[in-house]
Design a protein around this ligand. Structure first.
Ligand SMILES: [Fe+2]
Length: 134
């Protein structure tokens, strides 16, 4: 369900590949939410959240280096948004560590909701602006 479609392509292959990976991780969260055979989802969820944390940190650094290189005019705005995303994932990581059977779907939904917002707003709107400055 989550995949990198045309409207998300910046035209910068490395960045697009990294965004694709984030979409794949979002898709794993979605699959986990749908999985009705798994009772305790916390272990799996924590693994995905940690991978998301590691991968997005790596990606943001790479993206910022690239933006710096091309003299992208809205770099500061990007840095703030990236910082916020990292903070949000930290909070979600803590929520996962305190998860119970009663609220686990709620926490997964919250994570998915935030990721969807991120992909739609940050990548589709903000990262796309790089295109104009290449
Ligand atoms: Fe970005």
């Amino acid at each position: 369900m989550y995949e990198l479609k045309e409207q998300y392509l910046t035209g910068m292959e490395t960045i697009d590949d990294q965004h694709r990976k984030i979409f794949q991780l979002a898709d794993q969260v979605y699959e986990l939410l749908k999985d009705e055979n798994m009772l305790y989802k916390d272990g799996e969820l924590l693994k995905i959240v940690q991978e998301l944390q590691d991968y997005t940190k790596y990606h943001f650094t790479e993206e910022e280096i690239y933006m710096e290189k091309i003299g992208y005019s809205r770099l500061e705005e990007q840095k703030i948004q990236h910082e916020k995303f990292i903070e949000e994932l930290d909070k979600l990581n803590q929520a996962v560590q305190q998860i119970s059977l009663r609220n686990q779907d709620q926490v997964i939904f919250k994570l998915l909701d935030y990721l969807t917002y991120w992909l739609k707003v940050h990548i589709e709107k903000f990262d796309m602006l790089i295109k104009k400055e290449i």
